[in-house]
Write a protein of this length. Sequence first.
Lengths: 483, 446
Amino acid sequence: MKRINIGLLGRYFLKNIMQTKVIYVLLVIFMLLTAYSAVSGINNYTEQNTIRQEHQQKARQSWEANPDKHPHRMAHFGSFAFRKKQPLSMFDYGIESFTGNAVFLEAHRQNSVNFSDAGFSTGALRFGELSMAMLLQLVLPLILFFLGFSAIASERENGTLKILLSQGANWKEILLGKSLGLFVLALLFFIPIMLVTFFFLFFGEGLIDPSDSWQRFLLLLVGYVLFLLIICVISIVVSTTAHSAKNALLTLLGIWLLMVVLVPKTSQAIGNAVYPTPSKLSFQSAVERDVIKKGDSHDPNDPYFNTLRDSVLAVHGVDSVTQLPFNYGGFVMREGERTSANLYRKHHDSLLQIYEKQNNISRYTGILNPFVAIKTVSMAFTGTDFKGYIDFQAQAETYRYQLAQEMNELQMEYISTKKISGSEGKKHVVGHEHWEEFPDFEHRMQPLQSSLSEASLGIFSLVVWVFLSFLGLVYLSKKAKAI
Amino acid sequence: MYRLLFLQFLRSRAVLASMVLIIALGAISIGIGHQFLSQKKAAIDQVEQYQKSHIERNVLLHKDDLGLLMYYVQFAFINNPSHLAGLSIGQSDVNTNVQRITIKNLEGQRYDTDLVNPMNLQSGNLDLSFVLIYLFPLLIIVFTFNILSEETETGTWRLVSVQTPSKLRYLLTKLSIRVVLVYTVLGILLMVAKMVLSIPFDIKFVLVTLLSFLYVAFWFALGFFVVNFKKSSGFNALALLSIWLVLLILLPAGINAYLTNKYPVPEALSTMISQRDGYHTKWDTDKKETLQKFYAHYPQFQEFGYPTEGFNWTWYYAMQQMGDDDSVKDTKALQLKMGERERVSKQVATFLPNMHMQLAFNELAGTSLDKHLRFLDATGNFHEELRLFFYPKIFNGETGDRVDWGQFEPKFFKKQAGEYGMAILVPMLLACILMIILSAVVAKKL
């Protein structure tokens, strides 16, 4: 096997294709699609984040504008968490359009994250979203199959393959050369998309955590390069093994349909059917039941909180809560918040486990299906995957908990020990400077580490696929027939 | 000859495999629809049972204080999915169909979402509408792409040209075999769906059936159109699949991107903030002023006067009311924006058969955005009735045990009946006729 021959054959393949009109038509169409999806991706990112940031600020302003008041009123005044779009969501929307954008955070209650784009959609969203990632995952493979299906099959049909082989080229060189030639073509389509993304990261304004974004960008680049390699080799392999060029094309189209449309959709549907999501009511009433069992801080005769009171009184050696060195109402609410938040977390974790199980079925098909593998890798590195959303929810819940507890602490410290219940009026209040002291919510991007672990299965699958497909190419080079 | 052509067609492995695949997926999709309906039904049953015990428990705890009791008690308002929803799940997986609301401020409650796995939403439902809209065209492509080219490629076309009086008639005969087969599969799937999902045989089901038949006809005409250009099998397959990709994925996705960018919905977030501020800031402002505003909205309650000493429920619920009253502007703007989105996407869909199909199915099945918006409106009315019932009782200081709680069973959203006409078929019919004319023009040159 000579490297120079591989290069020669690759260039020959490229030259042949570049002489056709079709390639220019395809390139132009693809570039137009790229431009459209880049513009709408960047617009959407900028517009949505501006809207969300404005509202985060607006909500904060009215939080800070509160006068002196009872801290428990502030715990109910509450705050909002607005989900920021990830910078790379301009490249891959992931599930961002299907997750809620805003959640109201208040004491005692974990509210649902509301207002997803899907909720505002008339149904058009269900046909898919036009993003640059979608072009690479769906459209480009189809184009490569189209450009590659005849690579070997046609040469065999018109007899040039025999000539090539008799002139000293060997099968390995031919197969590798054509695969690389096709791969170079793939890069023609791929590079503009990466350039757009690169320039966005470079010149885009107000991006969260840009350093992280660069690493993510590089990982994405590697992932997609591996994916495109796999697609190119598969095209050449099918073109070699098929009886005719027509059969090669039909086989490749069949593979595309199966791997891109049927398998992912069906596997997710199966996951959903096998592990059904509980109804909201069962979820909420299970939490409620557990909280009541443990002790209801809003029930004055609750045995759990009565015992708690007696032990607190004993520790401080006093016989009534008004003699305690802190406001007992705040203390009870702090305990109540702690237990109810823990119980909620427990139930929420098991709900997330059900979701994970639903998702895993389709995720595991990624081992066999490189199209699913690249999808999971792409969503993980753009931060638009399920993990990213869970991470937002967790950040919001942590902030909610801190807010509620901070207000309870303020109540314990500053509110008269005589004032056990009720939060109305201007007498038992805390100075408004405390409101500013409590920082605003800021949605942080999940650490790269967690995206890496999320993408690991997909990366593993892509690497194995590259390895196997080249192995297949070598194996084929010993078996393939020229006629 | 018909029988022979039929047998020849069925001998192809690709044909048999794709038939089996589509029937299997059709069966799965009906199963999924069934599961969807039974999950919804179970959830509704649960809500109905829960409401009684929920009210009893709270009445027991707070019967002396109706104001406090009403702080906790939730009333269910349910949008019962129609049987057709099992066939076209539409937006009803994103949008909740059960509202459990208290008489406190409405805007803070009515947009609460159900528990959903966003990955499932992204992947979308594999319901029968998906099989019809996405997969039937593929089946039709597999059935038609080589209807002519297989003859030229195996060398039989010349033979046919010599032996048959009309080449077109020969091709139409071949085509009709495929049409009959696809319509049979479609008919069977719709029948099975009707039985399994117990869909009543009404105008809506008839319209769904007619739409499906027209849609299949559209794709056959399209396939026939492409095939008549006498290109190779490979070219036809690729051309048809590209058309499929453009019509079913790229165009709708492009339209969606346009709609999202053109009509963003900041109003939703503004509503969230203004309802909070509307209510919560009233804790610090003059009580009399709040009550005055409240009575301006509900003059009938003026008799309850202006109690401003300490905490009292009249003032409390007046504050809650202010959350809704102060966010009215944003709520209205939100509704307008949503209406605009709905209108534009319907207009666009008129020109795109598959999008029209999906929107029409959702409309008929009651799973469209429009239906959900009406449900949200009805939730508002339901909430208002509750308020008007309880406000005077609370303000009078009545106790919880004097209320007849038996009457508060979960209420169901009544959909407006009728109003569906043949008009919904028109865009589909036009697309069909247009495609048939086009392929007739091309076929003439055969």
